[in-house]
Write a protein that binds this ligand. Structure first.
Ligand code: PGA
Length: 243
């Protein structure tokens, strides 16, 4: 059965004074519920403290990016090993903001460190208008999943760039079309049974008020939530709607 994952992405937000939100989220998640995982991806500066704050609950913490190398002369970067050492179980890779700002696309480091990469894909508004969405997303899948990756190791997040942080949400029909196409591509690569194990998250202006409708779309197995994950109450309201 496909796991459901409700994952927050704090982006470049959060100071030590924000740890109360992690504690509240951990208290709300408690020992969790069957088949649904809860995760908050936070800035590297907060990871150790966030992992401590979530300790004893089913809430997991993750990183937002990592370098492909284990260590070395890469000033300012963090490796998957470092994130894992700080308590991360997952790491977001290839987020559109990272692709734009840092030409990122590589997720192999996370696999090597035994972490689950959340591989982000999604089209721009121009690509959607040009009718290139499915082709582009398929090319991103082909380019972002490393050779040798096992289906049970990865998570994919479909995040239409035009829906990120804009308040504009893809319609259930749009999400359905792309998620179905992603599952088909994954089935070609891994076989149908293994492809069904890969959680497909939707991301882009997801919030408590639209989560139920999005999570009900076939082949949506959770969400990657930016703005609405910063407050524990909103994050928990979304988690509460996940089955
Ligand atoms: P948003 O961000 O929920 O604020 O739109 C989602 C994301 O970028 O992961």
């Amino acid at each position: 059965m496909t796991r459901t994952l409700i994952a927050g992405n704090w982006k470049m937000n959060g100071l030590k004074s924000s740890l109360g939100e992690i504690r509240d989220a951990a208290a709300g998640v408690g020992q969790g519920k069957a088949g649904v995982e809860a995760l908050l991806c936070v800035p590297a500066t907060l990871l150790t403290l966030a992992a401590e704050a979530a300790h004893g609950s089913a809430l997991r913490v993750g990183g937002e990016t990592c370098h492909a190398a284990e260590s070395g002369a890469h000033t300012g970067d963090v490796s998957a090993e470092m994130l894992a050492d700080a308590g991360a179980t997952h790491v977001i890779v290839g987020h559109s903001e990272r692709r734009t700002d840092h030409a990122e696309s590589n997720e192999t480091a996370a696999l090597r460190a035994g972490m689950t990469p959340i591989i982000c894909i999604g089209e721009s508004l121009d690509q959607r208008k040009a009718g290139e969405t499915l082709e582009f997303v398929a090319s991103q899948i082909a380019g972002s999943i490393p050779d040798g990756a096992a289906a049970e190791q990865i998570v994919i997040a479909y995040e239409p760039i035009w829906a990120i942080g804009t308040g504009e949400v893809a319609t259930p029909d749009q999400i359905d079309e792309v998620h179905t196409a992603i599952r088909t591509r994954l089935a070609e690569r891994f076989g149908a049974d293994a492809a069904d194990l890969i959680p497909l998250l939707y991301g882009g202006s997801m919030k408590p008020g639209n989560a139920a409708e999005i999570l009900a779309v076939k082949d949506v197995n959770g969400g990657l939530i930016g703005g609405a994950s910063l407050k524990a109450a909103d994050f928990l309201a979304i988690y509460g709607q996940a089955k």
